[in-house]
Design a protein around this ligand. Structure first.
Ligand code: GDP
Length: 461
């Protein structure tokens, strides 16, 4: 154990809820809570004598022996706890004031208020989790879709760690062999080594490159697919948004031009998170293109991952529709033939550039087509549902950068081998690749970097 000091923090959200949890961790955690905790007869129940993973009902009292709150106290002894230290959780009534009062009482027992992320940092420093798992904790908390949660959970369970350990082992074997051979050239021959090391480096690089490429998907999983909705007025853009939201956040109306502002909303289709940008709004112009809001839309389209082009399927195709379709032709996306609950007046063959985009009959009024759209998004962005396949999607920029550094070192190694450089040079590149991978799981991470990582955590985690 690295830390002796006992720390405490309110682990639940600061908004008033029905209960709140105060987490206490460290050597004196049980003893400290025991001093402020009594049963309904006002007597101490000697928490220090109680078994691990037990729950106790009672009251928190202050120095004047006045009862502050009715609580449940959970004891989790080291190492079977979140931090791998002795942990006590006090479940009190929700409410910022009560929590602060209890926290103050603990501080008076010599407990220090925890810094953001300090509990998770202790779990890391005590060796219960590696750095990639620690970083996934906040991703789990902040995940906004089933897919993002599935991915963060798989990282929390150590999928990234396992993969990185495996890659490092391959490097370490070569490194160890090389060092041994350089030390003892009489007995260990390096004759086949360059070829073998090159083969390994290529395999490793393929895997690392794949992880880097997947991190693009990781961003989409974590932050959502930046999606722009385009279409002339009245085709049902706002209704589409509302259909996803299941609430009237965007203004829906039959009068063209009432959706004034660009809206950006996060919402899910099934397990897929979309960051939707509604570009409707510009009507006060005589310019035909601006009239349908397409110029404004195009600015968003350029930075979008996906474009949803909506047509009113219950009316004939118009010149305005053609302009919209042409402008988004080159961008990945779909065409929705909206209002398919009414008689469709547009056939798929009529749609210009139909070969560039998938076309779905859709109804924002009753949700027809939503499931197919989700299926399509899963197919093109994630191949399959992430939670059910073996892929690893690195979502963390720091981890991605270390993968890039690893790939660079491997490239240098391959270059040195191809250039017929002396073998003793290889160890530098091998070592650099080994170290960069180690930083992902926190094996070789410097203290200041660890501090920076945990600072971004919320209080009580
Ligand atoms: P926007 O200008 O593209 O945002 O279009 P709106 O969402 O404001 O919709 C225009 C009109 O079409 C409204 O009267 C909606 O109720 C109607 N509408 C939208 N989607 C559908 C649909 O799927 N079916 C039917 N029947 N009407 C729809």
């Amino acid at each position: 154990m690295f830390y002796q000091e006992t720390i405490a923090a309110i682990a639940t959200s600061s908004k008033n809820g029905s209960i709140s949890v105060i987490r206490v961790s460290g050597e004196t955690s049980i003893e400290s809570v025991n001093k402020i905790f009594v049963n309904k007869k006002g007597e101490s129940i000697h928490l220090e004598k109680r078994e691990s993973h037990t729950i106790h009902y009672g009251f928190i009292r202050d120095e004047k022996n006045e009862w502050v709150d009715e609580v449940l106290v959970l004891i989790m002894r080291a190492p079977r706890s979140y931090t791998a230290e002795d942990v006590v959780e006090i479940h009190c009534h929700g409410g910022y004031f009560i929590c602060q009062l209890i926290l103050d009482l603990l501080v008076r027992q010599g407990v220090r208020v925890a810094e953001p992320g300090e509990f998770t940092k202790r779990a890391f420093l005590n060796g219960r989790i590696d750095l990639s798992q620690a970083e996934s904790v906040m991703d789990v908390i902040q995940s906004k879709s089933r897919l993002a949660l599935g991915n963060s959970m798989s990282q929390l369970r150590g999928r990234v760690k396992e993969e990185i350990i495996h890659l490092r082992e391959i490097i370490l074997n070569d490194l160890a062999f090389l060092e041994a051979a350089l030390d003892d050239p009489e007995h260990i021959s390096l004759e086949d080594f360059p070829e073998r090391a090159r083969e390994h480096a290529l395999q490793l690089k393929e895997r690392v490159d794949h992880l880097i490429a997947n991190s693009q998907n990781g961003r989409l999983v974590k932050e959502g697919i930046r999606t722009v909705i385009v279409g002339k007025p009245n085709v049902g853009k706002s209704s589409f948004l509302n259909c996803l939201l299941r609430e009237d956040r965007a203004i829906v109306t039959d009068i063209a031009g009432t959706t004034r502002d660009t809206l950006e909303e996060e919402m899910t289709i099934g397990s897929v998170l979309l960051r939707l940008i509604d570009t409707a709004g510009i009507r006060d112009t005589e310019d035909a293109i601006e009239k349908i809001g397409i110029e404004k839309a195009m600015k968003s389209v350029e930075s979008a991952d996906f474009v949803i082009c909506i047509l009113d399927g219950s009316r004939e195709l118009t010149e305005e529709d053609r302009i919209v379709l042409e402008r988004v032709r080159e961008y990945p996306g779909v065409v929705l033939l909206n209002k398919c609950d009414l008689e469709l007046k547009i056939s798929e063959e009529e749609i210009p550039f139909a070969d560039c985009k998938k076309i779905f009959p859709f109804s924002a009024a009753n949700g027809t087509g939503l499931e197919k759209l989700e299926q399509y998004l899963l197919e093109i962005f994630y191949q399959e549902k992430i939670s059910y396949n073996d892929e690893i999607y690195i979502t963390n920029m720091r981890q991605k950068q270390e993968l890039v550094n690893t790939a660079e070192s491997l490239n240098q190694l391959i270059g040195s081998i191809d250039g017929g450089m002396p073998e003793d040079l290889y160890s530098i590149d091998l070592y650099n690749a080994y170290e960069a991978l180690g930083k992902i799981i926190g094996e070789t991470v410097e203290d200041d970097i660890a501090d920076k990582i945990f600072k971004d955590f919320c209080m009580g985690k």
